[in-house]
Ligand binder design. Structure first.
Ligand SMILES: [Zn+2]
Length: 314
């Protein structure tokens, strides 16, 4: 399970694998494993005959680097892959909410000392303390910080984490006014950094072109599906599929749950929407008898080929 193939100045969510490392990883897969298309794996599972050392490469979210950086390397090693796109971002060149939090809070610059928001109807205030001014030197010092670390080295990181946890649980409709307030507070435009673009309509078509990369659905707005009503889940799942089928002019059969979040109800919703498989983020290996609608995956980090090979062997 990948998200991005790119060189990022900072990567607080550990989403990026550098192109150099991705190439080494694909080389390992090509030499020592049996790369399959996701649908080949699903078909093989159905008849109970998965080839040994089979692997499937997937990407979540639909970042533009899947086309510009990953696809040429997938082609070089002839490795098929599936990119799951959150379709609400197609044609809206804005960053994902987590990337906006990074842009607004973890980049060097000066912010007003106090942030006042309304969260769930009540006033919410945080003070930036000594990190109102976040100098280049501060940014450099904390450049390698990521969300999986337990510690928050500055007030900005503390603010970032508490907003991250709150925004995560909200729908896009609830997130958007908060992000808008924060942009105004920070004096930032609602635009995407050149380092964080998502696939446009044309780029999605190009990514699917040639058939090496399959495009799957990942809802419209990337919500925590388990937190939505069955009706709202159905709407997210169906609309993302319909949108992709319209722009790609082909049947879309694969789905991935945003944040790996699903309930029994979600599984039924996805099945009824016409998908033939869905990937979770449960960290495990696909085995005989694995549920086609809960295919586990393992997150790949920015490892060199040797580390990646060792990890695969574990
Ligand atoms: Zn996602």
């Amino acid at each position: 399970m990948y998200h991005r193939v790119t060189d990022l100045p900072n990567d607080p969510y550990l989403l990026a694998v550098r192109p150099k490392h991705f190439a080494q990883q694909m080389d390992v897969l090509r030499r020592h494993y049996r790369p399959l298309r996701l649908q080949e794996l699903v078909a093989a599972l159905r008849v109970g005959n998965v080839p040994s050392r089979a692997v499937v490469v997937t990407f979540d979210d639909g970042y533009a680097d899947n086309l510009h950086n990953a696809k040429p390397l997938l082609a070089r090693y002839d490795i098929p892959a599936t990119t799951f796109m959150a379709t609400g971002h197609i044609g809206h060149p804005r960053e994902f909410w987590w990337d906006e939090l990074d842009r607004l809070l973890l980049q060097p610059g000066t912010l007003p000392p106090v942030l006042d928001l309304r969260l769930n109807g009540s006033a919410w205030r945080r003070e930036l303390g000594e990190t109102t001014i976040y100098a280049n030197a501060d940014y450099e010092r904390h450049r390698d910080w990521h969300i999986e670390q337990q510690d928050d080295p500055t007030q900005r990181h503390r603010l970032h984490r508490s907003l991250y946890q709150r925004l995560y649980a909200l729908t896009q409709k609830e997130q958007e006014p908060l992000l808008e307030e924060m942009r105004t507070w920070a004096g930032a435009e609602p635009i995407s950094r050149p380092t964080h673009p998502t696939l446009s309509h044309d780029e999605a078509v190009q990514l699917a072109d040639g058939g090496l990369v399959e495009i799957g659905a990942h809802t419209v707005t990337h919500p925590v599906l388990a937190g939505l009503s069955a009706g709202a889940q159905r709407d997210e799942v169906r609309r993302s599929r319909a949108h992709l089928e319209e722009i790609l002019n082909r049947t879309v059969t694969s789905f991935a749950y945003p944040y790996g979040s699903y309930t029994q109800e979600t599984l039924a919703v996805v099945r009824e929407a016409g998908f033939s498989s869905a990937c979770s983020s449960d960290s495990a290996v696909v085995r005989r008898g694995s549920d086609n609608f809960r295919l586990p995956r393992a997150v790949v980090r920015d490892w060199d080929g040797e580390t990646f090979a060792r990890w695969l062997n574990e």
